[in-house]
Design a protein around this ligand. Structure first.
Ligand code: GRG
Length: 299
């Protein structure tokens, strides 16, 4: 099977749902009275810049595979993208990765200023939980989504992974350490996206556990490809500068394993991810195709 046909199903779903997700993100990032114009512009700069919308697409795919209409899960999909956008805005700051290009545009602190970028990130993070609390019904489902997302974005997962990643700069490390960092920094938000979507379909514990395994393997494969793109990618396509990881002395998969073994590890992780989907009752073709897209992507 060609790579185009393996990824076609996801691409078709993404092309159909991305404009819907983006219309909701547009609406959710208009704050009204009280929000300073410059702050709102910075929030929208970080959020609405052309991203892949992978996490919201995972929410909608998991909702669908577990028997819910994807439309019902749209507020949760937007909440996850808002947390992701906050993490990118803060990751790009001078105190963290100090990047000047993101999603093909100047990073938020470059387009505005550092204080405004910090506040834009803060506002994106809090808006995510406002959306869940306000727009997810019934309230028990909203509470469950808030808890899951807060844990994934918190000190033991996304923030903890980021902290360990920064601490690992310029230091030697092994594969187990690297994978543990990225299971939290990259994987936790992918796992949370899938679980939030599955909550809408009232998935059983066993289904949730399979989706978590899929998300964990997908997260590691995604990160390996991200590291490879930093080394070998085309900035015109990735929308960010290449070679940043090497420059900062980051612990990465290609620096530990080499390029070829990293590619093999990413493919192996995708096979593992796909294999757990066969035990799910719904049609998993979008998630299978998405996993292949993650290793084939060039941005
Ligand atoms: C600041 C708490 C905090 C965390 C930052 C997201 C993150 C953690 C760092 C971004 C740097 C990075 C390269 C992370 C690895 C993978 C990743 C999350 C890439 C960006 O996600 P994509 O490729 O981006 O889905 P788009 O722009 O398409 O949404």
């Amino acid at each position: 099977m060609t790579s185009q046909s393996k990824t076609g199903c996801f691409r078709q779903f993404a092309d159909q749902m991305r404009p819907v997700i983006e219309a909701h993100l547009d609406r959710y990032s208009r704050f009204g009275r009280g929000c300073p114009d410059r702050l709102q512009a910075a929030i929208r700069h970080g959020l609405l810049a052309p991203g892949k919308r992978l996490r919201p697409l995972l929410v909608l795919s998991a909702a669908s595979i577990c028997g819910s209409s994807p439309a019902r899960a749209l507020p949760a999909a937007c909440a996850v993208e808002m947390v992701h956008a906050y993490s990118l805005v803060h990751d790009d700051l001078p105190a963290m990765d100090d990047d000047d290009l993101r999603r093909g545009q100047p990073t938020c602190h470059n387009a505005f200023d550092e204080a405004t970028a910090i506040l834009a990130g803060d506002a994106l993070l809090t808006r995510a939980f406002e959306i869940l609390a306000h727009d997810v019904k019934p309230s028990e489902l909203a509470q469950r989504c808030c808890l899951e997302l807060a844990q994934a974005a918190g000190a033991c997962q996304l923030v903890g992974g980021q902290s360990d990643d920064l601490a690992a700069e310029q230091r030697a490390g092994d594969l187990a350490t690297l994978e543990r960092i990225h299971e939290r920094k990259t994987g936790a938000m992918l796992v949370a996206s899938l679980r939030l979507g599955a909550f809408f379909g009232a998935a059983r514990d066993e289904q949730l556990s399979h989706l978590s395994t899929y998300g964990n393997r997908l997260g590691l494969a995604f990160q390996i490809v991200d590291d490879l793109l930093d080394q070998t990618g085309d900035p015109q396509q990735t929308g960010k500068r290449s070679g940043q990881d090497t420059q900062r002395g980051k612990l990465t998969f290609p620096s530990l394993l080499g390029v070829d073994a990293s590619r093999r590890r990413a493919r192996q992780l995708v096979e593992e991810a796909v294999s757990v989907l066969s035990s799910l009752p719904g049609d998993a073709s979008i998630l299978i195709s998405l996993a292949h897209y993650v290793v084939e992507r060039n941005h």
